[in-house]
Design a protein around this ligand. Structure first.
Ligand code: ADP
Ligand code: MG
Length: 480
């Protein structure tokens, strides 16, 4: 052991320049190992992730089994550390077993953050000379921003972690980390919230930059208006003069050929000028029907980040944060109940909480589980249509080609245990049975087992499209 280290030190001394505090120059062997590992990352993690996060990793030094690599921002370091560094260390160790760890340091002074500083300054001058009228115009075209939709009020959980991280990343760097940033997900999952958060944060971090945020619908409206008034040149100039263009709900221009055409040109012009574009949609670029193939492939060219359906934990987190903001006395049990029952989207979840808080205010009553059930009767009824646990077990067993007895048995093989967990989850979701009651119906299991099953299924639904689909299919079959 000490011999190896001794050898390394000797080698380091031979090959490195060691000025006080300056990192030791890595040997050519270490350099070539790093470039192999770097290339492997691209293969293993895929082009989009590589380009967004891993490409900037730069080898700085090597000492005592530690490979020191740098990234330009703290945020990138933290993200890589949590998501990729373990695997990167393994990859290095595979190339050479003496490499024990990879250390990521932040070096802000490299090209990525430093270079744009200069352009920001130049920009400032050009903007002041750019007519103030143009700025006013752009402010007029932009849609208003909701002051509540900030990063601070956005609760991060597994289903939205990537989209959130990508949004933060865009706001953090003066350069354009990926273009476009494309965020997609179902209704009410936080796309608009994130878009507004980016716009707020950009205005704060880079006040000299011109940010234009608008819905695709408004983009089309502006375009058609310009066409009618014979002012398309003006329109083009306005859109091409922004630094950051954000278009919400791009699916709206599906089937609208000339608007798409114009958007395509605007898009290309901005990308050519290295201006950031951020798009949201309800579907991934490849699933956007009615949008021209050329445009779809352009949309997928940067970073595509999806927001998955919310999980129990995320819904609970959002409710807690909302409770704090409202300053209302809402028992945890009520929040847990809501997180379990109101699963369709976050907007509905917030609406449910607002309703019970408003009701308690008006009636001057405490909020309890009972009062919640009463106030939200109509909302909850749609979820509770007298479905029995037996029915759920039958449907789940059918769906997974199992026997009904597998729902009660003690077998723990995954192909049986997982469907059983799905059935428990649906039992809690679709019936008014308590956890112990559900446990009894599943071969006398404990209520903590049921709780665990519910959490597990929630979590899997966020990660695994197959499970999410299975649950959805059975649920639809049950609720008709
Ligand atoms: P979308 O644009 O995806 O349809 P929105 O951004 O309008 O959804 O979100 C709907 C509501 O849910 C908004 O009030 C928003 O603040 C809230 N919301 C969604 N996701 C979150 C989150 N992660 N944290 C806090 N609030 C959220
Ligand atoms: Mg929206």
């Amino acid at each position: 052991m000490s011999e190896t280290i001794g050898k390394q030190v000797a080698q380091l001394n031979k090959n490195s320049i060691d000025l006080e505090g300056t990192p030791l120059e890595p040997t050519s062997e270490i350099k070539s190992i790093w470039s192999m590992v770097h290339a492997e990352m691209r293969k293993e993690f895929g082009e989009a992730i590589f380009r967004s996060w891993l490409k900037p990793l730069t080898l700085q030094a090597y000492y005592h089994g530690t490979m020191e690599v740098s990234v330009p921002t703290r945020f990138m370091r933290d993200w890589i550390q949590t998501h990729y560094s373990k695997r990167i260390s393994e990859m290095c160790a595979q190339e050479n077993a003496e490499i024990k760890r990879v250390q990521i340091v932040v070096i802000q002074n490299n090209v990525i953050d430093a270079a744009p500083e200069v352009s920001v300054d130049t920009k400032k001058n050009s903007i002041t000379s750019k007519s103030a009228a143009l700025r006013d115009n752009i402010a007029e075209i932009s849609s208003p921003l909701d002051q509540r939709f900030t990063f601070d009020s956005f609760v991060v959980g597994k289903p939205n972690a990537l989209a959130h991280a990508a949004a933060r990343r865009v706001c953090e760097s003066a350069s354009v980390p990926f273009n476009p940033l494309f965020i997609y997900g179902g209704v009410g999952l936080g796309k608009t919230h994130l878009m507004h958060a980016i716009a707020h944060s950009m205005a704060e971090n880079f006040p000299e930059k011109v940010v234009m945020y608008l819905s695709a619908e408004k983009f089309m409206y502006q375009f058609v208006k310009a066409l009618r008034a014979n002012e398309t040149m003006n329109f083009k100039e306005q859109f091409r003069s922004v630094d950051i263009l954000m278009i919400d709900d791009i699916q709206f221009i599906a089937g609208k050929e000339s608007t798409q055409e114009e958007f395509f040109h605007t898009f290309n012009a901005l990308v050519d000028q290295n201006k950031q574009i951020i798009i949201s949609a309800d579907k991934s670029p490849s699933d956007l029907t009615g949008i021209d193939e050329r445009l779809r492939s352009r949309l997928a060219w940067g970073l595509v980040a999806d927001i998955h359906p919310s999980t129990y934990d995320l819904r609970l987190g959002i409710l807690r944060s909302k409770r704090e903001k409202l300053g209302a006395e809402v028992p945890d049990s009520v929040l847990e109940f809501l997180a379990l029952k109101v699963t369709s989207n976050i907007r509905e979840l917030e609406g449910a909480l607002n309703r019970i808080v408003a009701h308690a205010d008006v009636s001057n009553q405490e909020i309890t589980l009972e009062s919640t059930q009463e106030v939200l009767q109509d909302l909850l009824r749609s979820h509770d249509r007298r479905i029995t646990i037996d029915e759920i077990q039958r449907k789940v067993a059918d769906h997974y080609n199992l026997r009904l007895t597998d729902m009660h048995s003690a077998r723990r093989a995954r192909n049986v245990a997982r469907p059983r967990q799905v059935a428990m989850y649906l039992a809690k979701l679709l019936t008014a049975r308590s956890l112990p009651e559900i446990g009894r119906k599943f071969g006398g299991r404990d209520h903590t087992t049921v709780m665990h099953a519910i959490r597990k299924v929630e979590e899997l639904m966020g990660d695994d499209a197959q499970i999410a689909q299975d649950v959805d299919v059975v649920r639809r079959a049950l609720t008709g």
